[in-house]
Design a protein around this ligand. Sequence first.
Ligand code: PLP
Length: 364
Amino acid sequence: MTDVFNFCAGPAMLPKPVMERAQAEFLNWQGTGCSVMELSHRGSEFMALAAKAERDLRELMAIPDNYKVLFCHGGGRGQFSAVPLNLLPKGKSADYIVSGSWSRAAVEEAKKFGQINPIDVVVDVDGKQHVVDSQQWPLSNDAAYVHYCPNETVDGIEMFDIPNTRGIPLVADMSSMILSRQIDVSKFALIYAGAQKNIGPSGLTLVIVRDDLLGHQSAQTPVIMDYQTTAKYASMFNTPPTYAWYLASLVFEWLQALGGVSVIEQHNVDKAQLLYDYIDGSNFYQSKVSKVNRSRMNVPFYLPDDGLNDAFLQAAKSAGLLALKGHRSVGGMRASIYNAMPIEGVHALVAFMREFAARHQNQV
Ligand SMILES: *Cc1c(COP(=O)(O)O)cnc(C)c1O
């Protein structure tokens, strides 16, 4: 089989060196004679892996000592429930910034557990979706926390400035941008991310939480969603997703060997620029997001006529360019270009798009 480039939004492609290493170690991990997935999570070998993965992530993201790193179950959506269960006391409300599909879904789930104040921040500017400057967000003075999604995976809307919440704990769903660029963790009270976009396979969810936020969970919080218990048992109160944790540890090592987040950030800037520059310069494809809010990870784009979508997807697939269909809620196309996507994949996509446009220019 020839090489393909997989632009899936999630589960997404993993770095090739990571997959090759996992394959080589699959049946006999570190001389144990077992696959890593067959070992006890409480055995010394796995415990060492778990500790190393946490150390590596702490180093990659420069996570301060007063934050816990939790390796959880339940995905991003699991955290849509866990966040209010742990951080929203009775009688208080939380502000939820709505900038697209995922932040809207977070609101719907959180409403089950308390009073939620949704704040829409996307406006139309010259036909493009644009996020209102965070200085102008009408935040409440007494919210228990402010929740937002810095990168909307479906809509391709990213916010690059960290909002100033004037001391109110800031919670971020970083599922689709974690480790894609440098961020100052100390500006956040809690960060969470499903692994399957930029960290590893699905089944693992990272939570980075400041110490003082632990211990405020409501009495009904299911124990596997309870941050305090999860922290107390080093994410092993119940059996963690060990194989996903192992693959995440390989991804962290891969990132470190590349030179860390600052290096991958530059790759990501270059990849995104290549694609957006081509889209802007063509009179065939179109982006619907304002320039300052264009996601570096998820690039939705539209053909001049939806009637060409199927032909585009078919031809792309034949050219080895997979999973370019946009989310059903927004239509069009979407190229997800996470950390693992090499720039060669974006070059191949642009070359294909150029050729497809030339072939169909006269049909529109
Ligand atoms: C994918 C995604 C989710 C949902 O993750 P699951 O692991 O499927 O629950 C939530 N938020 C964002 C921003 C995502 O990209």
